[in-house]
Design a protein around this ligand. Structure first.
Ligand SMILES: N[C@@H](CCC(=O)N[C@@H](CS)C(=O)NCC(=O)O)C(=O)O
Length: 110
């Protein structure tokens, strides 16, 4: 039976504790908002997977419906949407993002 888009999304989210749906890649972000969130994740120094929604129109549309969130980037921790660029930026500035990563035992980059 063919996987539905929701099955694909769940599979991606189950594979890694932190997933960033973004435009472009962490090395070559294709949008300022994606670029900013990548810089924040690098500053926090945690491991994460990324999905380039520009390469996958089905995921690009499907994840918007999945989480009822219309824009990218979208950051997920343990399968739950944390937020986009604005929310993650605020959480970074307040220290809440680092706290969340610690609480969820997210591995740090070496
Ligand atoms: N305020 C948003 C800004 C993100 C945003 O506006 N993204 C736009 C332009 S990159 C977007 O994803 N549009 C939908 C699309 O391109 O599919 C945030 O906090 O993440």
């Amino acid at each position: 039976m063919a996987d539905t888009i929701n099955d694909r999304i769940k599979e991606i989210l189950e594979k890694s504790p932190v997933v960033l749906f973004m435009k472009g890649t962490p090395l070559f972000p294709q949008c300022g908002f994606s670029n900013q969130i990548v810089s924040i994740l690098n500053a926090v120094g945690i491991e994460y997977d990324s999905v380039d929604v520009l390469q996958d129109p089905e995921i690009r549309q499907g994840i918007k419906v999945y989480s009822d969130w219309p824009t990218f980037p979208q950051l997920y921790v343990k399968g739950e949407l944390v937020g986009g660029c604005d929310i993650v930026t605020e959480m970074y500035q307040s220290g809440e993002l680092a706290e969340l990563m610690q609480k969820e035992n997210i591995a740090r980059k070496n």
